[in-house]
Write a protein that binds this ligand. Structure first.
Ligand SMILES: Cc1ncc(COP(=O)(O)O)c(C=O)c1O
Length: 420
């Protein structure tokens, strides 16, 4: 759809149709569209200095790195900039391998890590299939997801314990000493907004410590306000060794990503070069926009707003909606990061449409999405789920407006439930 313009949480087409963006484009426009201060910061940097190679220092680059590291967990004090999320993941894995001298990496089913060779090999969803056989050395595991538990768990704490035991079992048979890194999305994004049970991230941290494995948190989608925190791991007070970020770091206004690096891993490269680099690493325009975004977030209290929007408006609103619609199997999330999982049958939890389907078989989901769009709300649809992922700056009234549209649109999904 050709877009004519956008402002705040809204965009519009050339026919004047306006849409409340409940998708934040690709879950990256965290500060909303055309934030005037962010636009001004980019314009100012454009007038000052547009490009220098990564080997040189530039004020925007140094400031962005310092500001990001100051807001990250205590031991992560260095930043390696990239142009996006996939490159961040590639470089995080390279760092982990060089730091440990090991090769294998553990990555979760129901995950997405990017579309470059290494990142897609780690990805635990169908987007990987066409790139197989990809790079070797990936060991795949199930993360916690109580609604569709791989461990037949009945409670969050059972799910947590069994998911951690599953990791330990895999390490035993794979040889823990051969594993360089465990990669996870602290709150899984596109594959379902899977919020981990309390204790899970701390449990993975403990396993990594026990076996000398690097813990990599992929916060490309979950970071920079999405969960109402700078980093999703802050919610549980867990410190990974490496954090990958992109998307929300500057609201996608200019391509930017990066890896936050712990002191231990950074020390590995004190006396040897890190064999990685990109022509546009730390591009001044991108870095200036990250600096401005962090300042605006703090000036405008956006983290608190995103957290409260989740706990006071979106969460309660979605739970109310779930009570009215037999097609809603589960709602879950935090901050401005929510999923509505649709089912044909609440008893069996059969998804409203089959896994990874398209065309006619996906008709029920397409019809729900169309009903949202007709009413002026742009949803994020993945498999049998609608994700409610508006900008962090969306007002409570706008959020309620979007939820009211979702409530109406779900009548279409109800028609596809068993017995309807
Ligand atoms: C968790 C996660 N990691 C990595 C990526 C890849 O980021 P990019 O598309 O910027 O390469 C994404 C993109 O959606 C993501 O959600």
């Amino acid at each position: 759809m050709p877009i004519a313009g956008a402002s705040g949480s809204w965009f519009w087409d050339h026919s004047g149709n306006r849409y409340l963006d409940f998708s934040s484009q690709l879950v990256n426009v965290n500060i909303g569209y055309q934030h005037p201060k962010l636009v001004a910061a980019i314009q100012e940097q454009a007038g000052r200095l547009l490009t220098v190679s990564p080997a040189f220092a530039d004020e925007s680059r140094s400031e962005a790195a310092a500001m990001i590291a100051e807001r990250a967990p205590a031991r992560l004090n260095k930043v390696f900039f990239t142009n996006g999320g996939a490159e961040a993941v590639e470089n995080a894995v390279r760092m982990a391998r060089l730091h440990t001298g090991r090769h294998k990496v553990m990555a979760a089913y129901r995950s997405y890590h990017g579309a470059t060779a290494g990142a897609i090999a780690l990805t635990g969803d169908p987007r990987r299939w066409s790139s197989e056989p990809g790079s070797g050395g990936v060991v795949r595991y199930w993360g916690p997801y109580l609604y569709r538990s791989a461990f037949h768990a009945a409670t969050e704490s059972e799910e947590c314990d069994r998911a951690l035991q599953h990791l330990r079992d895999l390490l035993m048979v794979e040889g823990a000493h051969t594993i360089a890194a465990i990669v996870l999305e602290p709150v899984v994004g596109t594959n379902g907004i899977l919020v981990p049970p309390d204790g899970y991230l701390a449990g993975v941290r403990a396993i990594c410590d026990e076996f000398g494995i690097v813990m990599v948190a992929d916060e490309v989608m979950a970071g920079f306000g999405r969960c109402g925190e700078w980093f999703a791991v802050d919610r549980w007070g867990v410190e990974p060794d490496l954090i990958t970020f992109a998307k929300g770091v500057n609201s996608g206004y200019v391509p930017l990503g990066g890896v936050l690096i712990s002191d231990d891993i950074a020390a590995t490269f004190d006396h040897r070069p890190f064999p990685g680099g990109l022509t546009y690493s730390g591009h001044p325009l991108a870095c200036a926009s990250a600096v401005a975004l962090i300042r605006i977030f703090e000036e405008e209290g956006i983290l608190d707003h995103a957290r409260d929007l989740g706990s006071e408006v979106i969460g309660p609103g979605l739970r109310e909606i779930a009570g009215r619609h037999p097609s809603v199997g589960e709602v879950r999330g935090l901050g401005v990061f929510w999923a509505v999982e649709l089912v044909r049958d609440r008893g069996t939890r059969e998804p409203l449409v089959p896994f990874n389907t398209s065309g006619d078989a996906a008709a029920a989901m397409n019809a729900v999405a169309a009903a949202c769009k007709q009413r002026g709300m742009w949803p994020f649809v993945h498999f049998n789920r609608l994700h409610v992922v508006p900008p962090c700056t969306t007002s409570a009234d706008e959020a309620r407006q979007g939820l009211a549209i979702l409530d109406e649109a779900l009548a279409v999904a109800d028609e596809h439930t068993v017995g309807a």
